[in-house]
Design a protein around this ligand. Structure first.
Ligand code: MIG
Length: 762
């Protein structure tokens, strides 16, 4: 496509190139966004960036085509092998064919363009292809694997790949291929799945030394082949839109995660109660059932902050209505639950029922707020309410309208919203790509808007809710795009109650976290299929260490509240839910860290110890922050497991036993034990156990100090609104000196704890 490099010019932060053989008017561009971040852009469509992931000042600047600060470019010069661009941290060399290479400033290569063609695999002849298709197999003629927009980049032998959102499979994404096309596929998600609900086209490569990320900001359908086709390179591409990617460099993975979230935004603080235990089920058929569940939770001494109301609560699955027959008096049940310390979160799907005189439908029709066919008729498909229409969330007016609709829920006392089916899902075949949607100020279509449909819906919900309540909106979404973390938390959709899905939960959630979506969880116990007592016991031991801790399952499947599996499993559930509540202040500190740095609360070992080869493919252990390591049992029947601890000294959380890291050992793990290790010198801030987050407020903080040395920051605020952004918070410096903790106030702006107690462990 691009031949010999003929010329270049510098315009502020942009360097524009002229190539032989380039399409008329197409001038590839390299833009220095910051010391570590460089954008590579070829505007094939002539529309400019149109990023929906990057917002604020930077997003506006990019989308308007205005050049950035020239000072970010240290130097540009013609060298033998191309044009060399220096930032303060990176060297970028652009050569013939628009091959772009990235180096650390001191010269070590970080990422090189692949020279040469793609190799093709699995090609079969037309006749065989036909037969295969008859039997229902997928195969390719091997001719279509070049995309209209495509980038092929070198892979080193030792390179590992992370990120890519919610994709199935193991932690290391090397040798997988994926598609970014938000998909609701009911079959059990296995590691040959190419697409799932979320599209986060961000990948990180960890090298023997150093790391970088690639954010391919193209929200059309995109493809990633991560060293599967060939071990020498990876490919990303699309058949629509532009080549528009950000190279994010850094000294290590953490810098890359921070860099990526500096572009797309950092998951903000949630309300404290959102960190509590959430109970849910599709198929709570009546208000009475919900009341019974709440009563039983309390009777069993199970902490819980929230019950989710699935589609059952609506009148004929019509959004922003309440089924008064089965769910009677909404305000009353919600306030009764609140008395017990339990909040209500309600599901809201995008599909609006086609029904005369139904106010949401009528209003939307009148205002022209639903997606249309190319001929201009309102487009109708089918979801839970039957025939349904799709709000055009890319239109800012539609978002404002939809956000405002939540008044129906806030007035009833609902505390948060769960957005489902927003890929968008449809029962009567997929939406055709030419269904007309709006992209902010311009007409667009489903093909281009599909992957940001959930993103825009969550944004509408977040903004509406914020305006209505002034609190930190609690939104959970199934579908999203890069940058959705600014508005919403997420869950991983319809998993099953099977051991492979418990195992998959760990890498899946870790990769989501490293892709910006910090506040995520899987359905604890599994959604589809029938859970067993043992699987449930092991799942709750994993679920309690991820930000969103929700037990949820499908109608028709075995009921799955903690008391449904006998006394032993109930006691185990209580133990881990209690532990979760004790850890609330620690979790809250981590959430604050995420808001400030983008580093996720729950993280793979590789994010903390990337130099350790033993953790680069570690799928069955993870960390909560930088000082707590969880090594759960995820095998049926196992009553012990192999644990690996990275370098340093660790303490067994349960026994206090001291362990030197850098080795493997076997830990006994009866059904009630999830092995946990705490790093020497750690201080773990804890609350006394309680039945719900607000049961006791700021009365006692326990600082659990482990032998060794360490310094930490502890954070405290009202746990509800945005006052902390005006300084209403406390920050403490905790210095652990061999188990003795000094507490120093760094910032004072919120009421003090009644008491701070220091407990020395081991
Ligand atoms: O077609 O609302 O992933 O969590 O319980 C199923 C019913 C629709 C799918 C969600 C699931 C939810 C269910 N929904």
């Amino acid at each position: 496509m691009f031949g010999k490099l003929k010329d270049y010019c510098v315009n502020g932060s942009k360097i524009l190139f002229t190539f032989e053989g380039a399409q008329e008017g197409v001038q590839p561009c390299v833009e220095v966004v910051s010391d570590w971040i460089v954008n590579v852009f070829v505007d094939y469509t002539g529309t400019g960036h149109r990023t929906r992931a990057i917002e604020g000042e930077l997003g506006e600047r990019l989308n308007s085509g205005v050049s950035g600060n020239a000072e970010n470019v240290e130097s540009v010069s013609q060298k033998e092998n191309g044009v060399e661009i220096n930032t303060r941290e990176l060297t970028v060399v652009v050569g013939d064919g628009f091959l772009v290479d990235f180096y650390y400033r001191q010269g070590t290569p970080l990422s090189l363009a692949h020279r040469g063609r793609r190799t093709k695999y699995g090609a079969v002849s037309g006749q065989v292809l036909e037969l295969l298709a008859k039997e229902g197999h997928e195969a390719s003629a091997g001719t279509e694997n070049d995309y209209r927009v495509q980038e092929v980049r070198s892979l080193g032998d030792a390179d590992c790949i992370y990120g890519l959102g919610d994709k199935t499979g193991f932690l290391n994404k090397r040798a997988y291929e994926y598609e970014m096309w938000n998909s609701d596929i009911p079959d059990p998600h296995e590691d040959n799945f190419r697409a799932l609900y979320k599209s986060i086209p961000f990948m990180m490569v960890l090298k023997e030394k150093g790391a970088y990320g690639i954010f391919f900001d193209n929200h059309n359908k995109t493809y990633f082949n991560l060293g599967k086709e060939s071990r020498d390179y990876y490919v990303f591409g699309a058949d629509q839109g532009n080549l528009d990617y950000y190279f994010v460099g850094g000294a290590g993975l953490k810098d890359v995660v921070s860099g990526y979230t500096s572009l797309t935004g950092r998951a903000p603080m949630q309300q404290l109660w959102a960190l509590g235990y959430h109970q849910s089920r599709w198929g709570y058929e009546s208000e009475e059932q919900i009341r019974q569940v709440a009563g039983k939770l309390r009777e069993c001494g199970l902490p819980c902050d929230c019950i989710h109301f699935d589609i059952d609560y609506m009148d004929h699955y019509k959004v922003f209505t309440w089924n008064q027959e089965t769910y009677q008096d909404a305000a009353k049940v919600i306030s009764d639950l609140r008395e017990m310390g339990i909040k209500a979160v309600t599901i809201i799907d995008p599909g609006v029922k086609v029904e005369k005189d139904y106010y949401v439908y009528e209003e939307g029709v009148e205002k022209g707020y639903f997606a249309k066919t190319p001929e201009g008729e309102i487009y109708v498909n089918q979801v839970w309410p039957g025939d349904a229409v799709y709000p055009d969330f890319g239109n800012p007016q539609v978002r404002t309208w939809w956000g405002g609709k939540h008044k129906f829920l806030t007035e009833l006392g609902v505390s948060g919203v769960w957005n489902d089916m927003n890929e968008p899902a449809s029962f009567r075949g997929p939406l055709p790509e030419d269904v007309a949607f709006t992209d902010e100020d311009a007409p667009s279509d489903h093909g281009q808007m599909h992957n940001i449909y959930g993103h825009n819906m969550a944004k509408a919900t977040y903004e509406g809710w914020k305006g209505l309540t002034g609190k930190r909106p609690f939104v959970i979404t199934r579908a999203c795009y890069a940058g959705s973390q600014k508005y919403t938390t997420g869950w991983t959709g319809d998993n099953h109650s099977i051991w492979s899905h418990l195992r998959m939960a760990i890498p899946q959630l870790c990769n989501l976290g490293m892709s910006g979506m910090n506040f995520v969880g899987t359905d604890v116990g599994g959604f589809g299929s029938d859970c067993t007592p043992e699987l449930f016991a092991r799942w709750i031991q994993v679920g309690c260490f991820f930000p969103l801790f929700r037990n949820h399952c499908a109608i028709g499947c075995r009921v799955q509240e903690p008391w449904q599996f006998g006394e032993e499993v109930l006691a185990i559930s209580r133990k881990y839910i209690n532990l979760r509540y004790e850890l609330l202040p620690y979790l809250y500190d981590l959430m604050r860290e995420t808001e400030q740095t983008g580093i996720p609360m729950s993280r793979p070992l590789v994010l903390e110890y990337e130099q350790d080869e033993n953790v680069r493919n570690r799928n069955d252990e993870f960390m909560l922050g930088d000082r707590m390591l969880v090594a759960p049992v995820v095998e049926q029947g196992a009553r012990e497991r192999m644990v690996y601890l990275p370098e340093g000294t660790w303490y067994d959380y349960w026994t206090g036993e001291k362990k030197e890291g850098g080795c493997f050992f076997v830990r006994k793990a009866p059904l009630d034990v999830c092995p946990i290790y705490v790093k020497a010198g750690a201080v773990i801030p804890k609350f006394p156990a309680r039945l719900w987050v607000g049961e006791e407020k700021d009365s006692l903080l326990v600082l659990e100090a482990y032998p060794g040395e360490g310094t930490y920051t502890h954070y405290q605020d009202n746990g509800e609104d945005f006052a902390y952004r005006q300084g209403s918070y406390n920050e403490y410096k905790l210095v652990n000196h061999r188990g003795a903790v000094e507490v120093e106030k760094l910032h004072e702006g919120y009421r003090a704890y009644g008491k701070i107690e220091i407990r020395t462990r081991a």
